[in-house]
Write a protein that binds this ligand. Structure first.
Ligand code: UVW
Length: 316
């Protein structure tokens, strides 16, 4: 790459799906997941084993969050101590508990809204970035939530392929790495597959919650025209990873951040799911020697939100 001036220059000529599903479309490449794709996902089920992919929200030991975002905090408003302090009982004497949670909607296992990241004043489908002011008035998370995401999922175990417990900070993956990993797993990535990438990088967060943020640079996919063209040609509807940002934090070639959020999410409408936990899924895939499955997820419906928590399921 020869010293591009900015992401706009880098993205010039990059494929774009704006208008492809109508000017009002807010779910982008999820449009590929029609009934036939659901049935293709169902056909991948062989044993009926179910794996959940969500991290625990509000883990007392700490949630991994992007620098600057706050940890989730949950608070009890009503418990037995409230009654001990004289809170009036319901007729008949039943007691109950109540609590609330404060969290970043980008802060745990979550779907990103298509309008979450933009460049040059335009978000997904060529809407103005001013649509994000105050609330997401276009391409928020709710259209994704209402629709749901169901299809054939495939897991690429990048950590396993590299022979490491956890992929180190700053490791860049290109198209050739994805294809080599798939080949080593005996997996054919098909058109419209939901693509799951496992780095297990957050094991390093579990090991050292403070040190993890030193020279913060998550590993992940790195922009290249070939990679973006492959996503476009394959019609990948949804990129699902176990990192906070779904792509390398800083592109080593350009020094830019969020390039793939722009090239894939903003331009192609590829929906991003971040911060998954693939512990159970990778164990099941290794044991069953099966890397494809039915993938099903629906983030919570939240009005005007940039993202929402989700507990995706893989059924093998
Ligand atoms: C940022 O918002 C920085 O990225 P993400 O999509 O990972 O939350």
């Amino acid at each position: 790459m020869t010293d591009p001036q900015d992401i706009a220059e880098l993205l010039a000529g990059s494929p774009q799906n704006w208008g492809r599903w109508g000017t009002d479309d807010e779910v982008g490449a999820l449009n590929h997941l029609d009934a036939a794709q659901v049935l293709r996902g169902v056909a991948a089920v062989r044993s009926g084993r179910v794996c959940t992919l969500q991290r625990l929200i509000g883990d007392p030991a700490g949630d991994p969050v992007w620098p600057g975002r706050k940890q989730a905090s949950r608070r009890m408003h009503l418990d037995e101590s409230t009654y001990e302090a004289g809170f009036p009982e319901m007729p008949g004497g039943a007691h109950s508990s109540d609590d609330s949670i404060r969290m970043s909607l980008q802060g745990s296992t979550q779907y990103d809204a298509l309008g979450h990241v933009w460049h040059d004043g335009r978000i997904w489908n060529d809407r103005p970035a001013s649509s994000t002011i105050g609330e997401m008035r276009f391409a928020g998370v709710d259209p994704i939530a209402r629709r749901g995401v169901v299809g054939r999922g495939v897991l690429l175990d990048l950590a396993g392929h590299l022979g490491v417990e956890a992929v180190p900070a700053g490791t860049a993956f290109g198209l050739e790495d994805l294809l080599a990993c798939a080949e080593a797993q005996g997996l054919t990535i098909e058109e419209h597959d939901v693509l799951l990438l496992r780095t297990n990088h957050l094991a390093l967060f579990e090991a050292d919650r403070e040190g993890f943020y030193d020279d913060f640079c998550e590993p992940g996919l790195v922009y290249s025209p070939e990679l973006v063209a492959w996503f476009a040609e394959r019609g990948v509807p949804n990129l699902v990873t176990d990192t906070i940002g779904n792509e390398i934090t800083v592109d080593p070639h350009t020094g830019f951040s969020l390039t793939l959020h722009n090239a894939l999410m903003r331009n192609l409408g590829v929906v991003f799911t971040e911060l998954c936990d693939f512990t159970d899924l990778v164990a099941a895939c290794r044991e069953l020697e099966q890397w494809d499955f039915l993938y099903a997820a629906a983030p919570l419906r939240v009005h005007g939100a940039t993202g929402a928590p989700v507990n995706p399921l893989a059924v093998l």
